[in-house]
Structure formats: C-alpha cells, structure tokens
Design a protein around this ligand. Structure first.
Ligand code: RET
Length: 282
C-alpha cells in the first residue's frame, strides 16, 4: 500500500483484536459524552466566578466525544471482514474504500490542549494583569506541539526519521508549557487551603502521568519498526489503549479535580450551593 497512511492500514485484525480496538474507542467517546452531563449538572456547585472553568470542561468533552466517535466511524469504514480476518477495505476490493485516519485525534487536541492548559488559571493565584499573557503562552505552545506532532504522524508507518524529527520539534513546546504549568500550579499548592492543596498536588501528578502517555503512544510505530521490522495489530490496539487512558485522565479526571478545587475555594469564600442542605436550613 502506498501513501502516508496510519499504521492500522497496514495490518489485518483478528475479529477479537478488531472488536477490542473498536470497544476501546467506544468506551472513550461514551466516557466523554457521560462527562458532558457531569460537568453541566455540577455547574452550580461552584461560585459564579469559577463557572467559566466548568464551561471549558463542557466544550472539551463535546469536542472529544464527537472526534472520538468520528474516529470509531473511520475505523468501521476502513476494514471489512473476509470470513476470518478484518482486512483493509481497499485490499478487499471495496469500491470507494477509505483509509483509517488516526489524525482526527490531533484535531481534537488542537481544540482541547489550549483549553485544558488555560482552564486551571481560574483556581490559581495569578494577578489579573498577568493572566492574558499566560493564556497566550500556554495556548500558543500547546497548539504548536499539536501541529508539529500532527505533521509527524503522517510518516508513522512508512519512515521513522520524519516521525522522530517532528516528534522532537513537538517536544520543545511541550517542555516549555509543562515547565510553566508546573510552576504556576506548584505556587498554588503553597497558597491553597489544606484539602485544595492536596487536590492541586494530585492534579500535578495527573498532568505528568497522563500527558506523558501521549508521546509514548506516538512512538509505538517507531518501537515496532525498530523491534519487529513492521507494524502489528497488537501495536495498533496498544496505541489506541494508551491514547484512550490518557484522554480519560487528562480531560475527565483532570476536569473533575479542578472542579473540586473550585468547590473548596467557593466554600471558603462563603458560597453555599442552592441545593446544599445547609442552604435549606438557613
Ligand atoms: C506528540 C508528538 C510527539 C511529542 C509529544 C507529543 C505530545 C502530545 C501531548 C498531547 C496531549 C494531548 C491532550 C489532549 C486532550 O485532549 C504531539 C504526541 C510530546 C502531550 C492532553
């Protein structure tokens, strides 16, 4: 097969592998759809000044749910069952066959990464006049990382060199925003009230662990080409699993924890949610 195709298009899947990959994609978008409901329903648990943060979570969830659904549809369309294996539709002679396009993920990140990076600013201690500049730096470097990685992934199954070169370039803005993010959230840990400080510390660990999975998943085809001399169906399943776990952690868990910090800060500042039993007593 010719052209710059994602690794899935070079392999054949057993029915179990095909199901598992599709199920991982399905649980991924189902979790993000469910999280839309969560972030809308918990919106009033925080004081009005923190609500834009929840709005950003809803936007992140809608974008992720739709793009992950699109990814699963792309997967369904790109393969056909030949009686024993799922093979690329083009190889099966399907007219107007399409390839599986993994690049959809990057479109989602382009929307979500800048939002996730700037979302925390609402619960941190950052002077008003510094906020705009910080947003530009975080969102700009986040978008640069995604675009450079997007370019690199086109070569993942055909030529490791551009995959690695673009991946390296993409790592530079990544290191920059990670440094900025860890700095501002580290500062907040020293200022937030007790329970909120613990949650913020967990957010930092979550950030390091979850965001660190993406470059590993990006490199799966490179590891395979080095070790196996070719990509495999197992590699495709592993890569999908890594991205899905990373997505659920970096978007949903992260949003829930940030919401918790906002709830604690709201209460500290005297805000009582209307549906709180305490509000009904008074
Ligand atoms: C790429 C390319 C290789 C180098 C690095 C990467 C990092 C990607 C990251 C993605 C995070 C995405 C999130 C999405 C949420 O919607 C682009 C794979 C460092 C960190 C959090």
């Amino acid at each position: 097969m010719e052209g710059l195709l994602n690794l899935e298009n070079f392999v054949e899947f057993t029915p179990a592998q095909y199901d598992i990959l599709s199920h991982i994609l399905t649980i991924g978008y189902a979790a993000h759809f469910a999280a839309i409901a969560y972030f809308i329903l918990t919106r009033n648990q925080v004081a009005p000044k923190y609500r834009p943060m929840g709005t950003m979570s809803v936007v992140v969830m809608v974008s992720a749910a739709l793009l992950l659904l699109r990814l699963d549809i792309s997967f369904q369309q790109a393969f056909v069952f030949d009686g024993s294996m799922y093979i690329p539709a083009a190889e099966a002679g399907v007219e107007e066959a399409t390839a599986y396009s993994h690049g959809y993920r990057y479109l989602n990140w382009l929307i979500d990464v800048p939002l996730l990076l700037t979302q925390s600013i609402y619960v941190l201690y950052i002077a008003q006049e510094k906020q705009f500049g910080l947003r530009v730096k975080l969102a700009g470097s986040g978008a640069a990382m995604v675009i450079l990685g997007y370019v690199g992934q086109f070569w993942e199954a055909t030529d490791v060199t551009p995959l690695l070169v673009w991946g390296f370039l993409s790592t530079l803005p990544y290191l920059y925003f990670a440094y900025v993010f860890l700095n501002i959230t580290g500062d907040a840990v020293t200022k937030l009230p007790g329970e909120a400080a613990v949650t913020m510390r967990n957010i930092r660990y979550l950030f390091l662990a979850a965001w660190g999975l993406y470059p590993i998943a990006y490199l799966v085809p490179a590891f395979e080409l080095a070790a196996l001399d070719g990509v495999s169906a197992e590699g495709a399943v592993t890569r999908t699993l890594l991205f899905t776990v990373a997505d659920v952690l970096s978007k949903i868990f992260y949003g829930v924890l940030l919401g918790k910090v906002a709830q604690i800060r709201s209460r500290e500042e005297g805000y009582v949610p209307l549906d709180d039993p305490q509000a009904q007593r008074s």
